[in-house]
Write a protein that binds this ligand. Structure first.
Ligand code: PFF
Length: 452
């Protein structure tokens, strides 16, 4: 009971919401995923589509999702039920909440494996192993690490246990407060790596790769991946922002808070890209090397800079922190659902959700080694779970949120909730959420299917 009440207590300030939402947004998506997707899908054009998606689709939906949460003030499934009733719409809207719970759960299953990699690297970078390491050796090292199913199993398990202990104790408030220090520290480390990149001899090429769009390299699949990445990185479309919104006090500007979180998130991703690609080009590496990209490039940078082992350790500790704060957001909807609907104690709900997620994560852990040949639709199990969640489920969840906020909820309700003042801001948000975002998502889906 107390826990429930605590959970639904209101944030004391706008800052607390911003910290929690940034903690959820900034994570492996920015540091690990954005650079490797940009590398795989040809650089500049992918980045441009990604930025467009953040501004025209992501931010309006982030505002919408926060708004639904604040208005409903419950867990996502029940919020959708209440709001649908209030708007005299079909109770079927609560299936949007279900979609989110499932997506978060599936994402965490592989997120944990990759977070395990950064935990492992905290210890690796600290040894003499990386001193003056060359590209070929860094790649060999990563390949050996990845192809050991035992290592994958161990680190995935360690990360999952750590996350579930934090979630079950409900100490995430403390972690969110830690984001206040962690985020600037992560930013400082990225600045350091950006400076290193500038001195590496590959900066010009790296910069051009990221910001000089070559549209001939852009495919329907790349556009879908860019949109999926916008949702993934902002932490949208699965109800976690809705949960945070439900704690937000009235009269706090949702639009301004969301804009801050989205800007911080995007800045971190771009800075990570600017750190990685100079290393790629200075060392003759391939931008298309996939999920191992940061793990094969950053050791070279840390291996060359003075006290690199220390910076490297600090960096991977910060990445681990960033991953934990996102992991909490990913599993919270599932835990809340189990606790509420099956009347389980919070700790028991955590144990069940954590165990199931861990078991599912084995598919990803082994897809890099003993199950690398297991393929469905031409994708490894990791690629499949990632594709279905980030590229399909999150945008679909976002689409439902946008349609609900801009078509189903009465405009007057939404307008009074958002309190955007007399200027054009509300009209702009409403038009983006009502037309641009849903149309954009549908067009990108159809295009990737080859229908357009
Ligand atoms: N935004 C997180 C990242 O970029 O790593 C991942 C994530 C968190 C996705 C929360 C979805 C979510 F609801």
């Amino acid at each position: 009971m107390t826990e429930q009440r605590l959970l639904h207590a209101q944030w004391s300030s706008r800052m607390a919401f911003i910290l929690a939402a940034s903690g959820s947004a900034i994570g492996l998506g920015n540091i690990w995923k954005f650079p490797y997707l940009a590398g795989q899908y040809g650089g500049g054009a992918f980045v441009l589509v990604y930025l467009l998606c953040v501004v025209a689709i992501g931010l309006p939906i982030m505002i919408a999702e926060t708004l639904l949460g604040r208005r409903g003030r419950q867990s996502p499934i029940n919020t959708m039920l209440t709001l649908a009733e209030e708007a005299k719409a079909s109770p079927n809207w609560h299936y949007a909440g279900w979609l989110g719970v499932t997506a978060g759960f599936l994402i965490l299953s592989y997120y944990s494996v990759i977070a395990g990699w950064s935990m492992a690297y905290i210890f690796k970078v600290n040894s003499a192993l990386f001193e003056h390491i060359h590209a070929a050796a860094a790649t060999r090292f990563f390949d050996e690490f990845k192809s050991s199913w035992e290592f994958q199993l161990i680190w995935h398990t360690v990360f999952m246990v750590a996350t579930m202990v934090i979630v079950s104790r409900g100490v995430s408030g403390g972690l969110e407060r830690a984001t206040r220090y962690m985020m600037p520290a992560l930013l400082a480390m990225l600045v350091l790596l950006d400076f290193y990149g500038m001195s590496s001899g590959g900066f010009g090429q790296g910069f051009a790769f990221l910001f000089n769009p070559d549209f001939s390299k852009l495919t329907g699949e790349g556009v879908l991946a860019a949109m999926g990445q916008a949702f993934f990185s902002l932490g949208l479309g699965m109800g976690s922002i809705m949960v945070y919104g439900s704690y937000l006090p009235a009269h706090v500007s949702i639009a301004r808070s969301s804009a801050f979180v989205a800007s911080a998130d995007t800045a971190v991703a771009l800075m990570a890209g600017l750190a990685i690609f100079p290393i790629v080009f200075a060392n003759g590496l391939e931008p298309t090397m996939g999920p191992g990209l940061i793990f094969q490039t950053l050791p070279i940078a840390f291996g060359q800079m003075p006290a690199g082992w220390l910076f490297g350790m600090v960096f991977f500790v910060l990445v681990f922190f960033a991953a934990v704060t996102s992991a909490i957001a990913l599993i919270e909807p599932a835990v809340a659902f189990l606790a509420e609907n099956l009347a389980l104690h919070r700790k028991t709900a955590c144990l069940y959700a954590g165990l199931a997620c861990w078991a599912l994560g084995l598919a990803t852990a082994f897809s890099f080694n003993i199950w690398s040949e297991v393929k469905l639709f031409d994708k490894t199990l990791f690629e499949l779970v990632d594709f279905v969640t980030a590229n399909l489920m999150l945008p679909l969840g976002g689409l439902l949120v946008a349609v609900f906020a801009a078509w189903v909820m009465p405009r007057a309700t939404v307008e009074s909730e958002l309190e955007m003042g007399p200027g054009p801001a509300f009209g702009l948000w409403h038009a983006l959420t009502r037309y641009v975002a849903p149309a954009g998502i549908v067009i990108i889906f159809l295009d990737a299917l080859g229908v357009l």
